[in-house]
Ligand binder design. Structure first.
Ligand SMILES: Cc1cc2nc3c(=O)[nH]c(=O)nc-3n(C[C@H](O)[C@H](O)[C@H](O)COP(=O)(O)O)c2cc1C
Length: 337
């Protein structure tokens, strides 16, 4: 008998991506193709990652914090690793809103992925002016307000730690622009719920939660704090339980959608945030280790829904919240946890 050459194993049948509806409506016409966003400060202006990441497959990009005037940022060192995370004190280094529009908006306008400009300021007037300049610019899909900034007119108290100041800046920006408006909560407060309510009442379309936790590190010589700015923001897996708690609390007191952020490194984190009432998540620090992670999470979420026989990811939202009469939905302002 002639020797038979072993036949190569047939290549696996190509698996069609599951046909799952991942779209999420954050209000005011901002409908994201999927609920996986990249967090401000960890993905530049998006253009830096164009060669390594399929940016058009992301739910949205939150660009670096943008201010009215250029900022050179804080003295170095600006970052240090910590157990389960990192501390950063970049100090909002950015070229200012006019340069951001001139350099990047044209590219963003050609992308499918919505780009949200993260806006920071030192006064209500600062925020309003940046929003006014972004209003109507092609390529700018919305604004995310970073209110974890000192309010110079009020002795440097951060907008985000006071319900009155947080509501005031949100209302002023709301009047200045028709762009979809997300406002980012700070975890550095005793009770975030009145602040979240004030922001929602002032006309925000959605909340993002959370910004970094305030922390410090000590230099190896123990002669001074390590960071040039002394204080930094803690991010990464270490903050996830805090962010989960805040999303859980806020989802029970506001009716607008919540986008969760904090220590997302794998699909289980996304599922946890959805379970406590978030309709979408942002990936931040983990991008530094693996820029392809957010797109992988989009596929992972679709696969997970496919495995569970779900046509949409919406049934995953709010499952760990205390029981309420009406089922949760991810439909923007219709969302009632
Ligand atoms: C290096 C760095 C820069 C950041 N810059 C900003 C910023 O400009 N504006 C902002 O709202 N948040 C900024 N953040 C906070 C992140 O957007 C995010 O809220 C936080 O890191 C928690 O998410 P993570 O644990 O996934 O990183 C920054 C975070 C890091 C690590």
């Amino acid at each position: 008998m002639p020797a038979t050459t072993p036949r190569a194993a047939a290549p696996p049948e190509p698996v069609a991506p599951p046909d799952v509806d991942l779209a999420v409506d954050l209000g005011r016409g901002l409908v994201l193709p999927n609920p996986i966003l990249v967090a401000s400060g960890t993905f530049g202006y998006g253009v830096e990652y164009g060669d390594v990441v399929e940016v058009d497959r992301l739910g949205a990009i939150c660009c670096k914090g943008t201010t009215l005037k250029p900022r050179i940022g804080n003295p170095t060192p600006r970052v240090t690793e910590t157990p389960g995370g990192m501390l950063n004190s970049i100090g909002l280094q950015n070229p200012g809103v006019d340069a951001v529009i001139e350099k990047y908006a044209g590219t963003w306008a050609g992308w499918k992925v919505p780009v949200l400009v993260n806006v920071a300021g030192e006064s209500v007037a600062d925020y309003v002016e940046v929003a006014r300049r972004l209003d109507g610019v092609p390529g700018v899909a919305g604004i995310e307000l970073n209110i974890s900034c000192p309010n110079v007119g009020r002795g440097g108290l951060q907008f985000a730690i006071d319900a009155g100041a947080a509501g005031e800046v949100t209302a002023a920006v709301r009047r200045a622009t028709d762009l979809p408006l997300l406002v980012k909560l700070s975890p550095n407060v005793a009770d975030v719920r009145p602040i979240a309510k004030a922001i929602a009442d002032a006309g925000a379309d959605a909340l993002t939660a959370i910004n970094t936790l305030s922390g410090i590190a000590v230099s190896p010589s123990r002669e001074r704090p390590l960071l040039g700015n002394v204080f930094g923001g803690l991010s990464g897996p270490a903050i996830k339980p805090v962010a989960l708690r805040i999303v859980y609390e806020v989802a029970q007191v506001v009716k607008i959608p919540i986008v969760a952020i904090g220590g997302v490194t794998e699909l289980a984190d996304v599922l946890d945030y959805l379970a406590v009432g978030a309709v979408a998540v942002q990936v931040g620090t983990a991008i530094f280790a693996d820029p392809s992670l957010p797109v992988g999470l989009v596929d992972g979420l679709a696969d997970e829904c496919g495995r569970r026989g779900l046509e949409s990811y919406r049934p995953l939202i709010g499952t760990a919240l205390p029981r309420k009469q009406s089922p949760p939905s991810a439909k923007g302002v219709e969302y009632r946890p």
